[in-house]
Design a binder for this molecule. Structure first.
Ligand code: BGC
Ligand code: NOJ
Length: 806
């Protein structure tokens, strides 16, 4: 069953009912100011950091769970309704929500009135625009009253939800004309404020929530709306909001449009006030002036669309499959942008109050992002590397506002350093910009500790070399990619964090997964040395890679598949000898990608075992059989009920690893089959089972042993976004950047037919046609056959016509 449809021409998903199984959401914002918006307009805005600069309030665990956000009410006689269904909750005559690239448009109709609400963040500015267009489609004159409302968050979202003894006394506002300024804490140490305005004279306003709602009332039924009044209140403390009241008369066929703007500004500390207690409004007025007419808003909306057209023109596929085209050309890349911006901080599943940017998460997000905006990717790589410690290990997370490592979680996740190598190498393959390797980059943000980025990569590699266990395999530390495989934790008390409890430097527990990573990324590092550094270093790294490869073949192979790990007692994890958790997906994917045991056919065997044990209708499960009891020696993984999360769900992030691995052993059918199974557009028809958005990946889909098999959770912010795009665009469709130029080497099943890809790469435009012609193979470039699969980089500005015969 479906709750909407894809409109590919407009790059939108059109939701046709507010009663989706869960809020289906979208993100507004490009670089700094962000909003989350559900298909009933619920959500919140923040500036850079969802914890420290929260602009609007949102209550996770609320009922309904997306109430609150941009709230608009239309009062038409005795009937009050919202164009996005909530907050009024009045049944609409028709409803539509279009989630597009950085914008969402609602159209609601009731009793002959048509209301269209367009929400987006204009490029380069810190504000959300809500354009409300109201048309009288009836044959009678309509006397309408519109109410807007947003609820302010007192900036620090954690404090805002906890510290009421202080909070309920600090709220401060100013109101000038139609603009309501939120200036809580501005009188003391904050140099920023927010405002909510509308480009029309208002008939009234409210900023005191209790006055607006009335005693014991909720958002669906404010007393002011019932009475048709506003209190013109200026809140002091308690619960500050911003609500406008606008009365309008519309003749039949007449239309009126309003622009509401929620803005954020920062003011120089020495110019904070106009006069005592009166804030400096100059920057706000400038921002308001930029978007106070329909024409200006339309121009900004058009600029946003053009921005996305340009970005999505960098990699464009034309194939016979609509589902594949829409994923590759629109939604994969869009989700990559969102994960790049958000890491795992703010979604409907991540409250924005906990983790900031994850080290490994951000490194992997970059893999699907750097072709889009390479400059931002470059800056991000330097930010991430700057939280690395001198010994090559790293903080696990950092706050986006301060860019400092997060001491609460610390380090000790031993896969982290290698992801830095992965994203840096990928950045150089994309851009050819090896100067990044020379960029002076500090350790742990300590001034004076700067070393070229290359030295950071070297220390990443050396950290693994210097931290091996009894079998010569890398030590796992607190966890590797699988945050829930906590082999050094041994937690017995409820509430202890599996990620931080216990020693991180367990000297015994080893990870076969990190071994696979080391072989893959160690070789990529060696290639960087060879191209841009020293051949001797390349040789010595390859030598270290050889050792770990050998150790993996000797101690990391279980007979039919790769082992997962050795625990703190040196017992096997992920072995046929185990009663539960016999086989894990991660090493099958990664070790096969890395080519470990290739000559002995390990990859083929491992992937056959994946098929036998782990593949289900919706993807590949992370392990089987699931753990049914808590294992203190394994940690969080065994804490989840069977079939959920790391205990046997399809953890979609690692499905592309298996798919890429299949391309490495040349199994095109399996590669595409694995890609397709968990791909959201291919699951749209079972939306009532899947339940999350059919246009983006969710972190997990419950496995066969779960009570709710097939149900997805944690949509939007997942490393799957980047890996799925790498898988389909590079490994399967075969258009892959290398250090020496673009490589075209498809691994596609016959069912896909011929296809073409346009790719902008290092300043040139490649038109690539992939075709099956009996008896022909290889590439022609501008008509001439070339050796191998790599096309040497032409002069920037070239047009390169490539035909690839398969
Ligand atoms: C989740 C993991 C996550 C970890 C750290 C665990 O509860 O299951 O997916 O990586 O927390 O936030
Ligand atoms: C989610 C975390 O964000 C990611 O870092 C981790 O690799 C996966 N969960 C698997 O545990």
């Amino acid at each position: 069953m479906k709750y909407g449809y894809f409109d590919d021409d407009r790059r939108e998903y059109v939701i046709t009912t507010p009663a989706t199984p869960l809020p289906w959401i979208n993100y507004l914002g490009n670089d700094g100011f962000y909003g989350l918006i559900s298909n009933t307009a619920g959500g919140y805005d923040f500036y850079r950091d969802a914890k420290l600069r929260r602009i609007t309030r949102f209550r996770y665990n609320n009922v309904p769970n997306d109430i609150g956000g941009r709230m608009y009410y239309i009062k038409d006689g005795g009937c009050t309704w919202s164009p996005s269904f909530l907050p009024a909750g009045t049944e609409l005559d028709s409803y539509e929500c279009r989630h597009g690239m950085g914008y969402t448009v609602f159209t609601g109709k009731k009793n002959g009135v048509n209301a269209k609400l367009t929400a987006f963040v204009p490029l380069g500015d810190a504000c959300e625009l809500n354009r409300l267009e109201i048309t009288n489609d009836s044959s009678e004159t309509k006397e309408l009253t519109i109410y807007s409302c947003i609820e302010w968050c007192l900036w620090n979202a954690v404090d805002d939800a906890n510290n009421y003894q202080r909070n309920l006394s600090i709220g401060e506002l100013e109101v000038v004309g139609s603009t309501i300024y939120h200036k809580t804490e501005f009188r003391e140490r904050r140099d920023h404020y927010a405002f909510f305005t509308v480009n029309a004279d208002v008939n009234g306003f409210d900023t005191d929530r209790d006055v607006f709602l009335g005693a014991r009332r909720a958002w669906d039924d404010p007393i002011q709306i019932e009475n048709g009044t506003s209190g013109n209140t200026v809140a002091s403390g308690w619960y500050p909001i911003a609500s406008h009241q606008l009365k309008l008369t519309l003749a039949p066929g007449e239309k009126k449009s309003y622009v509401f703007q929620l803005g954020y500004v920062e003011v120089p500390r020495d110019r904070k006030f106009e006069s005592k207690g009166v804030i400096n409004k100059a920057p706000a007025l400038a921002l308001i002036g930029k978007y106070n007419t329909d024409a200006r808003v339309e121009a900004a909306f058009k600029a946003l669309a053009e921005y996305w057209s340009d970005l999505l023109g960098i990699y464009h596929l034309e194939s016979g499959s609509d589902k594949l085209n829409r994923m590759v050309n629109i939604w994969h890349q869009y989700q990559c942008m969102v994960t790049f911006n958000m890491s795992r901080s703010a979604s409907y599943w991540e409250t924005g109050t906990g983790r900031g940017m994850g080290f490994r998460d951000s490194c992997q997000d970059l893999l699907g992002f750097m072709h889009l905006v390479p400059d931002r990717a470059r800056a991000r790589i330097i930010d991430i590397a700057s939280i690395q410690f001198e010994n090559g290990s790293t903080y696990h997370q950092y706050q986006p506002l301060t860019k400092r490592g997060n001491a609460d979680i610390g380090g000790g996740f031993n896969d982290d350093p290698l992801w830095l190598v992965a994203c840096t190498a990928a950045y150089i393959r994309e851009t050819g910009d090896a100067t990044i390797l020379e960029h002076p980059t500090p350790f742990n943000n300590v001034e004076g500790s700067e070393k070229p980025l290359m030295e950071h990569l070297r220390r990443s590699i050396n950290f693994i070399v210097n931290n091996k266990g009894p079998h010569g395999l890398p030590l796992i530390g607190r966890a590797d990619w699988n945050d829930c495989l906590n082999l050094n934790c041994f937690s017995e008390e409820p509430g202890e964090s599996f990620q931080t409890f216990g020693p991180s430097e367990g000297p015994v527990a080893e990870s076969v997964f990190i071994a696979g990573m080391f072989v893959k990324y160690g070789l990529e590092y060696a290639d960087l040395c060879e191209h841009f550094g020293s051949k001797d270093e390349a040789d010595s790294v390859r030598n270290e890679v050889g050792k770990i490869k050998k150790a993996t073949e000797e101690y990391g192979w279980d007979g039919e598949w790769f082992l997962r790990a050795y625990d703190a007692y040196s017992h096997k994890v992920g072995s046929n000898e185990c009663e539960e958790g016999k086989i894990f997906i991660e090493p099958q994917g990664f070790c096969t990608m890395a080519g470990i045991g290739q000559e002995k056919g390990y990859g083929r065997k491992a992937l056959d075992s994946v098929k036998k044990w782990l593949v289900n209708d919706y993807g590949v499960e992370i392990l089987a059989p699931c753990y049914t009891t808590y294992h203190v020696e394994l940690g969080e993984i065994s804490s989840y009920p069977p079939g959920y999360k790391e205990n046997g769900a399809i953890f979609t992030h690692n499905n592309p690893w298996v798919s890429v691995a299949a391309t490495v052993i040349g199994d095109a059918e399996m590669a595409f089959d694995i890609y397709r199974r968990s791909c959201p557009a291919f699951l749209e028809d079972v939306s009532e089972i899947h339940r999350t958005e059919p246009y983006v990946y969710s972190q997990m889909i419950a496995g066969r042993e779960a009570v709710h098999y097939g149900e997805a959770k944690n949509s939007f912010l997942t490393g799957t976004a980047a890996w799925a795009f790498v898988d389909i665009s590079q490994a399967i469709l075969g258009v892959q950047p290398t250090l020496d130029g673009l490589s075209v080497k498809p691994c596609v099943p016959a069912e896909l037919g011929d296809y073409s890809v346009t790719r902008r790469y290092r300043g040139s435009l490649y038109n690539i046609r992939v075709t099956r012609e009996a008896g022909r193979s290889g590439l022609t470039v501008n008509g001439a056959p070339v050796e191998g699969s790599v096309i040497p980089v032409p002069a920037a500005g070239s047009r390169v016509d490539v035909v690839c015969y398969i």
